[in-house]
Design a protein around this ligand. Sequence first.
Ligand SMILES: C[S@@+](CC[C@H](N)C(=O)[O-])C[C@H]1O[C@@H](n2cnc3c(N)ncnc32)[C@H](O)[C@@H]1O
Length: 336
Amino acid sequence: MDATIVSKMQKHYPVLLKEIISVISPQHGGTFIDCTFGQGGYSKKILDFENTNVIALDRDKGSEKIANQLKQNFKDRFIFKNIKFSQLSNLKLKNENIRGIIFDLGYSYTQIKDPQKGLSFDASGRLNMQLGLNSFSAEDAINKLAEKELEKIFKFFGDEKEAKYIARNIIKERSKNIIDTKVLVKIIDKSKKRKNFKIHNATKVFQALRIFVNKEISELIFGLINAAKILKKGGVLGVVTFHSLEDKIVKYFFKSLSENKSISRYSPIVKQAETLFNLIQKKPITPSDKEVSENPPSRSAKFRYVIKKTDFYNFDTDIEEQFRNYMEIENYGDKL
Ligand SMILES: C[S@@+](CC[C@H](N)C(=O)[O-])C[C@H]1O[C@@H](n2cnc3c(N)ncnc32)[C@H](O)[C@@H]1O
């Protein structure tokens, strides 16, 4: 979600709901895993179809309130777990017919509006940014990491051109004061030579810190790997992303497991291994103009999906190698 325009919104909208429901087809029944329950927009819609069950996850304990309401209405058809989706493989599944696994990445309207979460640069007070089940906050990162480490976080997770100056000015300032949200925004303003008129000056650094604090890259990579393992043949794996790095990861994972690796054209004809996925649509599905006008943050949403072709449980993927440099940056947090 794009934090710059969130203030114009009044409530939470489930992004691309109609399109996602049409792709996962809950009218045929089965069990669906909603990996990012949030305000329950997708889960509720799926449960409206008879013969469906939903297992919903969210790392934010705050989601439990809405989950309890769904539990009252749908009883055994609905289960909620306060876990991170990288731990999908810890679900004790009893051969459920998993027809769809959906991720709607990022944070919800309720979370950005919660001053305790400290996700927004409009908020005042402590830098936090923990979505739930974290081991350190943005305040720890800003006040304890080395200059070079901060620079890399801003550069790689926020694509921030002035990463170096911002990191340098943070180090100078923190020797005098604890850096909170307002102070960080001031440092960013001071460090940026060129002002950006399209987005708030602090957007990229705040996005970078949120990704780092929540280990969003490793979460996504292990979430995808584990989802691909538990999905049944014919089931749909779908992901809504909100920024280019997330989309790059999802696109790579789907594409690399949908293609036969090229075999030398000089080698004898070899029966090619079956691929894990069917990639129906190469281009992502994006929101209609109507959805964007009703819910401006949806404008950066991209929905990609694949259909699992086999019941394979084990498969080779080099996704960890491909994105190892990003995961190494996330590991700076291990010492905090
Ligand atoms: C954009 S919201 C989802 C909104 C939801 N689709 C709806 O319709 O209400 C994203 C949610 O995913 C949760 N989340 C983010 N990363 C997660 C992770 N690694 N594991 C579990 N939940 C996560 C957030 O706490 C947030 O509630």
